[in-house]
Design a binder for this molecule. Sequence first.
Ligand code: ADP
Ligand code: MG
Length: 267
Amino acid sequence: MPDSQHPLVKVQDLIVKYGERTVLDGITTQFNASEIRVILGTSGCGKTTLLKSIIGLVKPFAGRVTLFDREMKDPDEPETVKLLSKIGVLFQNGAMLGSLTVFDNIALPLNMHTQLHPKVIEEIVHTKLAQVDMPHAAYLFPGELSGGMRKRAALARSLVMDPSLLFCDEPSAGLDPVTSAGLDELLLKIRDILSITIVVVTHELMSIEKISDKIIFLHKGKLLYDGLFDEARRIDSGPIADFFARTEPAENDTESSRLNLTVENII
Ligand SMILES: Nc1ncnc2c1ncn2[C@@H]1O[C@H](COP(=O)(O)OP(=O)(O)O)[C@@H](O)[C@H]1O
Ligand SMILES: [Mg+2]
């Protein structure tokens, strides 16, 4: 098991282009074991692209990504496939298959990637559902779940292979503040009970305050800040200060105005 000084993810001089356009321009950072790392920046600055390049869904133009001390090469190589099996991903629109029950959705990766006996799979699925506080939802269909429950079920599915690293792209997008706060609590609990390293893209200041150990801030494809959240909050000018000023809840903030803020930020 890597210690806390030992990076699980290393990104070095990463450049990503879509066609002629440079979207990530020389990113260097690393994420350590058992921390929650939050990726911040305004819409379109390259957050999702960074996640996708780390997990091999987007091919870098230049630079290196190292996961668990191994360089990511061709995503189809057997060695990379093995690396990726240690990673869970909760995408923003991490859709569950509507025609399958929650149980079957969560069992899917186990059925695809393991030879485990159905009884063992059943036990794992129920354990994961309990970990996301949904012990009674196994035989419901995704369409019967609330938005928050769907996210929890998708989270259970992303944890089913026991990853040591979990990526979540805007996990609370579209959720009301109370449900979103519950999801934050759940991520903290999961980090603690499973000692998992979590990398989260989020816009929501309340989430960031509650869950982040460290943040990185991307701006126009460049890494502007890499360090503690509290120190980032003390920066008083430039894009980082602007970002926090925009996402800061007003003093007389109410649940509903925060909800508006959330929705505005998603768009
Ligand atoms: N597959 C793609 N092809 C071309 N351009 C893309 C693609 N995906 C994202 N982009 C563009 O790259 C930029 C960064 O996108 P993205 O990483 O999704 O930003 P973020 O997640 O920070 O909102 C945006 O301008 C987006 O329009
Ligand atoms: Mg995105």
